[in-house]
Design a protein around this ligand. Structure first.
Ligand SMILES: Cc1cc2nc3c(=O)[nH]c(=O)nc-3n(C[C@H](O)[C@H](O)[C@H](O)COP(=O)(O)O)c2cc1C
Length: 205
């Protein structure tokens, strides 16, 4: 019998902190509630993210009670509705559009919110949890339901957080098959010295 070696798509090409490859986005969540200390640690990690002028333009709205989770889950769209409602903590991440000190548009807000999300996701792993971001939600209804004025805030993503469950117990069959960490394109396809080459290699996903 030929033994095919298992390919680990999460193998880093050079030695890095395993925290980066250990973070991934599962869909099989256990609905056991998170405790207050865990939830506080997630937001504390996000709090220490860097931001332009230390503006900290992120806003996290969270749902832990069954009632709030159902309300948040109802804003999700497509396939996200088949797995995310199980997660014991659902979040929406938005940015404040303007700079507090001068009222100008903060063009770095999305960049900064991305850093805050990543901090939260890495902290989740430190707590034995996983965080899974989602862009698939009903934008229009979300602003209304979450009490956010689109003139002042921009919704970035929904996020599900929790402990992993056995995929077979909680996911529909098609998602069970997809429940594994994925890989990445090579750094050479997105890192260039000096300037962008005129004819970069096509990025193969
Ligand atoms: C902004 C954003 C939006 C995403 N939207 C969805 C989504 O709607 N549904 C979903 O299942 N995953 C979603 N993902 C998860 C990505 O598919 C996932 O992060 C990507 O495939 C890399 O996999 P990894 O997080 O497991 O490393 C989203 C991730 C980000 C950062």
């Amino acid at each position: 019998m030929t033994v095919v070696p298992a390919i680990n798509p999460r193998q880093a090409a050079v030695d890095i902190d395993p925290a980066f490859t250990d973070r991934w986005s599962p869909r099989a969540f256990d609905d056991a509630p998170l405790d207050d200390a865990q939830v506080a640690a997630l937001f504390e990690a996000a709090r220490w993210a860097p931001s332009s002028s230390n503006e900290q333009p992120w806003v996290f709205l969270f749902a832990r009670s069954a009632e709030d989770r159902a309300r948040f889950a109802d804003l999700l769209s497509g396939g996200n509705r088949n797995w995310a409602p199980k997660a014991p903590l659902l979040l929406f991440l938005a940015t404040r559009r303007t700079i507090a000190r001068n009222g100008r548009v903060n063009r770095h807000a999305g960049f900064d919110a991305g850093a805050a999300w990543m901090s939260l996701a890495l902290q989740a792993r430190r707590l034995g949890l996983h965080a899974h971001a989602m862009g698939g939600f009903d934008q229009e209804r979300a602003y209304v339901e979450l009490g956010l004025d689109p003139a002042t805030h921009e919704l970035m993503a929904a996020i599900a957080v929790g402990r992993r469950a056995d995929p077979v117990d909680v996911l529909p069959e098609d998602l069970v098959e997809r429940e594994r960490p994925n890989g990445r394109v090579e750094t050479a396809s997105f890192v260039f010295e000096g300037r962008m080459p005129a004819d970069p290699e096509p990025v193969a996903g």
